[in-house]
Design a protein around this ligand. Structure first.
Ligand code: DAH
Length: 341
């Protein structure tokens, strides 16, 4: 076939090819604009074209090339627009928002307690949750068969009844006094376990913070001042404390501490059961027998200790009615603490 006719047919082909998909567009590009396109082959024939027709032939090939380039450009544009429409992409929409998690309420209260006592020089001291009888009970003045053990329903490890899941963080007192010399000023947050029926008010595991201060001449007045500072920092400047005499085997004298109800300001409400006061912790002067058990001379040193339940304080602070909410990890509950840091 005459090379001119052949080239004119290519022009027709360019004009008439229907491009209805990405694939046909790509085929078109390869045929007319690719690195081994058909126009190169056709142009190669110029050597066989008589001299006087060479110019016209060159122009014809060029016009095919130009037509192919224009068609490709418009079809490509059309195709891109329609693919965006198909995918429903709206580039003016704002980007995806990454949701930020919230701290767990137990963690929020724990951190706050630590921060307050840090300012008084108490350092965080953590220890094991699986304890032996000595550190959880005996050293704390609760020898075997002592009735005080009944205060804390214990999980024993089957194969070795000497090993328990710690029932309180007071065990860290003993471990610290055994390993450090006074002055000692520690705060021990951690998880504890009790063999209790799970209900809205009690759980088989929860968290406590234990405090211990041992030095020369530590008095009950120091304990009082420390706790007074603590509750005012945690609940507010107007909060008052009241100490009720109590009993713990490891402290003498012992007391339970109530604070004026921070919900009703002391007037009486459901939270304080209309008494105007809520109980928040136990405390006392470390019993000399406990100091002796830990090789600290009770004639030279004295000290105070206190322990509080983080769940209890958290429930009071945020008016949470059911302790189980604090361990179920229901996102609808936890999300409410996003702004509380
Ligand atoms: N260990 C006690 C409990 O779990 C709390 C406690 C009371 C700790 C008095 C103390 C304290 O250090 O002095 O109920």
């Amino acid at each position: 076939m005459d090379i001119f006719l052949q080239t004119e047919n290519l022009l027709k082909e360019v004009q008439e090819t229907t491009i209805d998909s990405k694939e046909t567009l790509e085929k078109f590009r390869i045929r007319f604009l690719g690195s081994k396109n058909i126009l190169k082959d056709v142009f190669g024939e110029i050597k066989n074209v008589p001299n006087e027709k060479k110019k016209a032939f060159g122009q014809l090939v060029n016009s095919v090339k130009q037509a192919a380039e224009e068609k490709f450009a418009t079809e490509q544009e059309k195709f891109q627009t329609s693919s965006q429409e198909n995918n429903n992409i709206d580039l003016t929409l704002p980007g995806d928002v990454t949701t930020i998690g919230a701290r767990h309420p137990i963690q929020i209260v724990r951190n706050k307690i630590i921060e307050i006592f840090n300012r008084l020089g108490f350092a965080v001291q953590e220890d094991r949750e699986i304890e032996d009888d000595w550190h959880n009970f005996t050293a704390l003045n609760m020898p075997e068969d002592h009735p005080a053990r009944d205060m804390q329903d214990t999980f024993f490890v089957h194969i070795n009844p000497d090993i328990v899941l710690r029932t309180h963080t007071s065990s860290v007192q003993v471990r610290t006094m055994e390993n450090q010399k006074p002055p000692i000023r520690i705060l021990s947050p951690g998880r504890v376990y009790r063999n209790e029926t799970i209900s809205a008010r009690s759980h088989c595991f929860f968290h406590q913070v234990e405090g211990l201060y041992i030095d020369e001449n530590v008095s009950f007045a120091d304990l009082l001042q420390t706790l007074d500072f603590f509750v005012k920092e945690l609940f507010g400047k107007d909060i008052k404390i009241k100490l009720r005499p109590s009993y713990f085997p490891f402290t003498e004298p012992s007391a339970e501490v109530d604070v004026t109800c921070f919900i009703c300001g002391g007037e009486g409400c459901n939270v304080c059961k209309h008494s105007g006061w809520v109980e928040i912790l136990g405390c006392g002067m470390v019993d000399p027998k406990v100091l002796e058990n830990c090789n600290i001379d009770p004639k030279k040193y004295s000290g105070f200790a206190f322990g509080m339940g983080i769940e209890r304080i958290t429930m009071l602070k945020y008016q949470i009615k059911d302790i189980r909410l604090l361990s179920e990890n229901d996102i609808r509950f936890l999300e409410q603490f996003k702004s509380a840091i």
